[in-house]
Design a protein around this ligand. Structure first.
Ligand code: NAD
Ligand code: UD1
Length: 347
């Protein structure tokens, strides 16, 4: 049995499918602070079986210990956390408490229960401003906001834990920019309020829920002047967790980028989304967003060598799958699942 923390969330629900499809039993722990349990009902429709669900907080060490024992957990994939950069600047202590203290409690419960295999969701944000590109795992770390620093401190903590006891099997996965949705259109990203990230915003403009996209700067030193990122399909990202889990059959600590190695600009994303949706996406060029870098993309070589993992899906597929999710679920998990509208998705 694999314990998946944050398993009702955007990435977690896709990891849950990858695990169930691979034949694992899964227990999800989530406090639902940024998710909806309906995601797991949808997971059941896709996979034909469901994870065990426990509504609990990772900071509740006793509850986590009970779940580890009662479910016979052998490994933990830890995604639970707060993730909004802007909010982390305003409420830094909430981020340290939830993310850092939450991970400390989780690890403490795991130690007591004798479960020593852990895959952790880190982020490319730990690299900060790129000193060179593509970003490989040896690039110096220097996160520029509290959210990024929680990921950095957790990484350091896990490295110290491994140094103190090399029975641990720890995989630190640094995600680049997750995008897209499961191809069924049953599950996807369901941001509460105004989304922070590019794809959900573009998709809401295409759907007519927003008038236009504000492009944060067109004066970067890039071919079209807009920012470049490494967008990775969430289903590819999910499969990276399985590869990491298999790799951790041996004790060790591994840190790997999960990215495609390709960079796409904001305007390339807009044009691709227009092509797959057949909808115009009006945009306006605005000021640069504070804290943004011009270009960020991964060197995915190490993940390929060490885990035998690489991404397979294109930007077209990310946009098409995101659009299908948007069309089928105009109100996210709070609404009903509409029938498939295949002819309106071009990829
Ligand atoms: P998400 O908000 O959809 O999922 C996180 C889940 O964790 C949510 O279901 C939330 O309810 C749960 N959670 C939060 N705090 C909890 C706690 N104390 N106890 C129990 N459950 C708790 O976000 P996501 O995009 O799926 O991200 C998953 C992980 O990946 C996060 O750790 C995030 O920092 C990391 N990450 C995400 C991105 C991204 O762009 N989505 C990029 C890099 C890293
Ligand atoms: C952001 C976070 C990063 C996190 C990542 C994935 C910041 C500073 N960084 O990175 O920590 O790991 O999300 O969750 O928030 N853009 C627009 N208009 C918009 C929204 C975005 O032009 O309305 C542009 C941005 O300037 C950027 C690109 O789109 O060039 C991608 O933005 P976003 O999806 O927010 O991801 P990141 O900035 O890479």
């Amino acid at each position: 049995m694999i314990l998946l923390t944050g398993g009702a969330g955007y990435i977690g629900s896709h990891v849950c499918i990858a695990l169930l499809d691979a034949g694992f039993d899964v227990a999800v722990v989530d406090n639902l602070c940024n998710s909806n349990k309906a995601s797991l009902e949808r997971v059941q429709s896709i996979c034909g079986r469901s994870p065990v669900f426990r509504h609990a907080d990772i900071r509740d060490e006793a509850a986590i210990y009970d779940i580890l024992q009662a479910c016979g957990v052998t490994a933990v994939i830890h995604l639970a956390g707060l993730k909004a950069v802007g909010e982390s600047n305003v409420r830094p202590m909430a981020y340290y408490e939830n993310n850092v203290q939450g991970t400390m409690r989780l690890v403490s419960a795991m130690k007591r229960a004798g479960v020593k295999t852990l895959v952790f969701s880190s982020s490319a944000t730990v690299y900060g401003v790129p000193a060179y590109l593509p970003l490989d795992e040896k690039h110096p770390l220097g996160p520029t906001n509290p959210y990024g620093r929680t990921k950095f401190f957790i990484e350091e903590m896990l490295k110290d834990l491994y140094k103190s006891d090399d029975d641990w099997r720890i995989g630190i996965l640094r995600y680049f920019n997750p995008a897209g949705a499961h191809e069924s259109g049953f599950i996807g990203e369901d941001p509460l309020g105004v989304p922070n990230n590019l794809l959900p915003l573009v998709s809401q403009v295409a759907a007519g829920r927003r008038e236009k996209l504000l492009v944060y700067g067109s004066d970067y030193d890039t071919p079209d002047g807009t920012g470049i990122r490494d967008f990775i399909h969430v289903v590819d990202l999910a499969s990276g967790h399985l590869s990491a889990l298999c790799h951790l059959a041996q004790p060790g600590l591994l840190t790997a980028n999960l990215g495609t190695g390709n960079g796409n600009s904001v305007l390339e994303v807009v044009r691709t989304f227009e092509a797959v949706s057949g909808k115009a996406i009006p945009y306006e060029i605005g000021q640069r967003r504070e804290g943004d870098v011009a270009i960020c993309y991964a060197d995915p070589t190490f993940a390929k060598q060490a885990l035998g993992w690489s991404s397979a899906r294109s930007l077209e597929q990310m946009c098409a799958d995101h659009w299908r999710w948007q069309l089928r679920n105009p109100d996210g998990y709070r609404g009903i699942l509409l029938p498939n509208v295949r002819e309106t998705v071009q990829a």
